[in-house]
Design a binder for this molecule. Structure first.
Ligand code: C2E
Ligand code: CA
Ligand code: CA
Ligand code: CA
Length: 276
């Protein structure tokens, strides 16, 4: 038993070393990834629950590494935030998404994930303005998805930034609602157009005795009262779809309709007819 403990310890520390090594390599490679063609943008449809039409596509960044294969944004975005690469990476993503969206049918918008650190940069509104004018995308077709963590930075400057962005004419969505440092006070003054109900509330929502449907109804009712739309994220099954539509979500996103697809794929489908 004694030896077993030690072996376990050694195994654990070996794993830690592997993890730290991978992390260091990802850091190094991230610094120059914009000079390669390893990044791609994929797009997942967000469907209007009433009309069943695609309302927007959410842009989701992809890193295809020549040796390591696909690296998930859930892994490398936090690293980019740590090493001060999120601003250039985020600007690349915003520009690519807006440029691609100009080739879609013009009633379809694009939702772009914005890191809190990117949002906090003083020049963020002017970056948005520049990208819109350079790509020619109509501001009303751009949705910025931000998470509750933008409110941690505090008060006045954040509020001014929201106002500046509304003046530009873009839309704002509160992403991953209910998972972070949720406080209803954020909704009092921030001009959100949309609340995205995190997929953790959708997962398992059809199982008996689950609290998620009640929470979902409460979020939808709150959003309705504030004249905000609601996107149910991560809907995978027919039962989940039925439940979230019954609970009043105005929009649906999830594998039940489609995972994120390439720009080429969108353009091919748009030629043939319906997008989903
Ligand atoms: P998110 O913004 O919450 O994006 C939704 C995630 O859920 C995406 O994962 C999407 O592929 C996944 N998803 C969608 N439908 C389903 C479903 O039915 N079932 C399941 N199991 N998953 C589903 P992805 O693409 O791996 O992105 C992970 C996170 O990385 C995103 O979470 C977002 O926080 C971040 N991210 C992705 N692209 C960008 C970007 O361009 N900029 C920034 N700052 N963050 C990004
Ligand atoms: Ca998102
Ligand atoms: Ca989300
Ligand atoms: Ca998320």
């Amino acid at each position: 038993a004694k030896g077993g403990g030690r072996a376990q310890y050694r195994f654990y520390s070996g794993e830690m070393k592997e993890g730290a090594k991978r992390r260091r390599q990802i850091e190094e490679e991230l610094r120059s990834v914009l000079d390669t063609d390893q990044l791609a943008m994929h797009y997942q449809p967000i469907v209007d629950a009433q009309t069943q039409m695609v309302a927007n596509f959410e842009s989701l960044i992809r890193w295809h590494h020549p040796e390591r294969g696909k690296i998930s944004p859930a892994e490398f975005i936090p690293v980019a935030e740590d090493i001060d690469m999120i601003k250039p990476l985020g600007e690349w993503a915003l520009a690519r998404a807006c440029r691609d969206a100009t080739q879609w049918p013009d009633d379809i918008g694009v939702a772009v994930n914005i890191s809190a650190l990117q949002f906090e940069c003083d020049d963020f509104p002017s970056v948005v303005r520049t990208v819109l004018s350079e790509t020619g995308l109509s501001p009303s077709r751009l949705v910025l998805e931000i998470t509750e963590s933008v409110f941690l930075g505090g008060s006045n400057r954040t509020q001014r930034k929201f106002e500046e962005l509304k003046k530009i004419g873009v839309k704002l969505a509160l992403d991953d609602f209910g998972t972070g440092y949720s406080s209803l006070s954020y909704l009092r003054t921030a001009p959100f157009d949309k609340i995205k109900i995190d997929q953790s509330f959708v997962r398992g929502c059809t199982e008996p005795g689950n609290n998620n449907p009640a929470i979902m109804s409460a979020i939808v009712n709150l959003a309705d009262a504030l004249k905000m739309a609601t996107v149910a994220e991560g809907v995978e099954t027919k039962d989940e779809l039925k439940l979230v539509v019954d609970r009043g979500a105005t929009h649906i996103q999830g594998y039940i309709y489609s995972p994120a697809i390439t720009q080429d794929n969108i353009l091919e489908r748009a030629e043939k007819g319906p997008l989903i």
